[in-house]
Design a protein around this ligand. Structure first.
Ligand SMILES: NC(=O)c1ccc[n+]([C@@H]2O[C@H](COP(=O)([O-])OP(=O)(O)OC[C@H]3O[C@@H](n4cnc5c(N)ncnc54)[C@H](OP(=O)(O)O)[C@@H]3O)[C@@H](O)[C@H]2O)c1
Length: 415
């Protein structure tokens, strides 16, 4: 080895770490373990220049001594303030913070572009699954039509447990909390808000249109019952919380909702806390990426990947904004569950109301329960507003005993 190469390998790349919790401490360990291998590969050695928590370290001092700052605190403030200060100082910034990027992404992109430094956030979406890199870099030349998938491991764990054991939502949530897959306060996950933040980020990258997390309608899994899952199994369906971003009629639809999938769908096989993202483009057909959606060491690995990318130019710049209008009414197939009086003609009346709104029924399961009956139906794809109008009318019929429950069905089948 020549002296010059040895000297280059020892050139330090100073990384300041904000936050030293689950991911921050795993990141610090990983960088220490991998520094020699990275130096040999890249020619530059990453080293920790300082660590900040609420009780330790000083941000201004760490920034001063860093080439790049990694933010692993979470939430909006002070993460946003630290991000803007880092970028303004001409240092690269890497974060795993979906709240920050999905609500202040434009401000951060602009600040990074102004200074010609890198802003990377692979770990903010789907943990170690490299969705950001594939959309932003590998597929930078592709015209993406749709990005969708399972981007929340907590809800996928709960739904998988309900399907495997017949457990109620509450029982499956308790199991997820005991095993560390759900937080003590699971609201962000189970309401779909966490997935909405991730879809806002994926949509921004895939379609070049700024999407704020508050622009993403989201429905969670709290109202899913063991009964819905059991009926759906009879119809050959399994339930997933789906995040979807798609070009529709010259606009962009970004949403999060529980949906039934037929058994052959690639996402139907993604179980437990795993995440998966499918990207569709005419040029590439489709790519599905799947893997662990969280975990300290997994997330730290994605963060370190971003740090290494920032050590090597050219800088990553997000595609220019397209400003597609956001679309909120779109076609989908639906499942509906409703309790009705077990009288002749009831099914015919329900079918008539659906028919008047242009909704056609694909399959029905009907079961008697004493004087009442339960109907579980799957409809062919229809514009959501028409289906919701029919459900509203059905809910008001005299013989209807419960508020109809509605869940989308992804009607595509893969042979
Ligand atoms: N955990 C995962 O599997 C995972 C997966 C993907 C993405 N992420 C993202 O990674 C980030 C970190 O998550 P985490 O699970 O590692 O969180 P965590 O375990 O709660 O750690 C947060 C860290 O930030 C520090 N901190 C909190 N407020 C601070 C402040 N005002 N100033 C300075 N430090 C502060 C905390 O230290 P003190 O309390 O001692 O101050 C702690 O060290 C979040 O954005 C999260 O969404 C996590």
């Amino acid at each position: 080895m020549s002296e010059g190469v040895g000297a280059e390998r020892d050139r330090p790349f100073r990384v300041g770490v904000l936050g030293h919790g689950t991911v921050g401490s795993a990141f610090r360990e990983l960088i220490e373990q991998r520094a020699d291998a990275i130096a040999a590969e890249v020619g530059v050695r990453p080293e920790i220049s300082g660590v900040l928590t609420r009780s330790r370290g000083d941000f201004a001092d760490i920034l001063e001594r860093s080439d790049l700052v990694v933010e692993l605190i979470g939430g909006i403030e002070p993460a946003r303030e630290y991000a803007l200060a880092t970028l303004a100082a001409g240092r690269h910034f890497v974060t795993a913070n979906k709240q920050l990027v999905s609500s202040h992404g434009e401000e951060l992109f602009e600040a990074a572009a102004e200074q010609g430094v890198q802003l990377r956030f692979e770990a903010a979406v789907a943990g170690v699954v490299p969705a950001i890199r594939v959309i932003g870099e590998t597929l930078a030349a592709a015209h993406i039509e749709r990005v969708y998938g399972i981007v929340n491991g907590t809800t996928n764990f709960i739904l998988t447990a309900m399907q495997r054991t017949g457990a109620s939502y509450e029982e499956a949530l308790r199991e997820a909390q005991e095993l560390g897959y759900a937080e003590a306060d699971p609201t962000e996950d189970v309401t779909g808000k966490d997935a909405a933040a991730k879809m806002a980020i994926l949509a921004r990258l895939a379609f070049g249109t700024p999407v704020h997390v508050d622009d993403v309608p989201h429905e969670g899994i709290e109202r899913v019952t063991a009964e819905d899952i059991a009926y759906a199994r009879e119809l050959g369906l399994s339930l997933k919380l789906i995040g979807s971003a798609e070009r529709i009629d010259g606009g962009l639809s970004v949403e999060v909702y529980p949906a039934f999938l037929y058994a052959g769908h690639p996402l139907a096989a993604v179980n437990g806390s795993y995440n998966a993202v499918t990207i569709e483009s005419p040029a590439i057909t489709e790519i599905t990426l799947s893997g662990p959606g969280a975990g300290g060491s997994q997330t730290a690995s994605a963060v370190l990947g971003d740090v290494i990318s920032a050590m090597i130019p050219p800088p990553f710049t997000p595609s220019p904004a397209e400003h597609l209008p956001l679309v909120t009414d779109r076609e989908s197939a639906f499942y509906m569950h409703v309790e009705v009086a077990d009288d002749p003609g009831v099914l015919a009346q329900v079918a008539e109301i659906l028919g008047l709104q242009g909704v056609s029924i694909e399959s029905v399961v009907q079961k008697g329960i004493g004087d009442d009956a339960r109907l579980a139906m799957v409809m062919h794809p229809v514009l959501e507003s028409k289906f919701r109008a029919a459900v509203d009318l059905i809910g008001r019929l005299d013989f209807v005993r419960s508020t109809p429950r509605v869940i989308r069905v992804i009607a595509e089948t893969f042979e």
